[in-house]
Design a protein around this ligand. Structure first.
Ligand SMILES: [Zn+2]
Ligand SMILES: [Zn+2]
Length: 113
């Protein structure tokens, strides 16, 4: 039986759902690609290249919540952190990250008004 059961990834922060084909660090059928973290990947449906895949999301290394890779939901800094944990432990991140996030907040505020 070669039927691939559809597994679904759900981001617990923004609610994004998407079917994924693999969870781990080394997606199958890819040449020597090892990801920096265990994550949810799916084959790129828009690419004829079988080796192309998309990273949908990962689990937060602190609270193990499922989060997508969107910059509003998670941050990768040596490990994956969900935005909730980032905000909780912001003082433990390097200044560079803190300023990046502050800039982003400013931008989103500007977009709203
Ligand atoms: Zn998300
Ligand atoms: Zn977290």
């Amino acid at each position: 039986m070669e039927q691939t059961r559809q597994k679904t990834f759900t981001c617990q922060l923004c609610g994004l759902t998407s079917p994924y084909s693999y969870y781990g660090q080394k997606p199958p059928n890819t040449r020597a690609i090892v990801l920096l973290e265990e994550c949810y990947v799916t084959k790129d449906p828009f690419s004829p290249d079988k080796e192309k895949f998309l990273v949908l999301g990962s689990t937060c290394s602190l609270c193990s919540m499922c989060v997508c890779v969107g910059s509003d939901c998670s941050l990768f800094y040596t490990k994956r952190f969900c935005m909730q944990c980032v905000n909780k432990h912001l003082d433990q991140f390097p200044h560079q990250i803190q300023t990046e996030l502050a800039k982003k907040k400013e931008r989103s505020k500007a977009a709203v008004s």
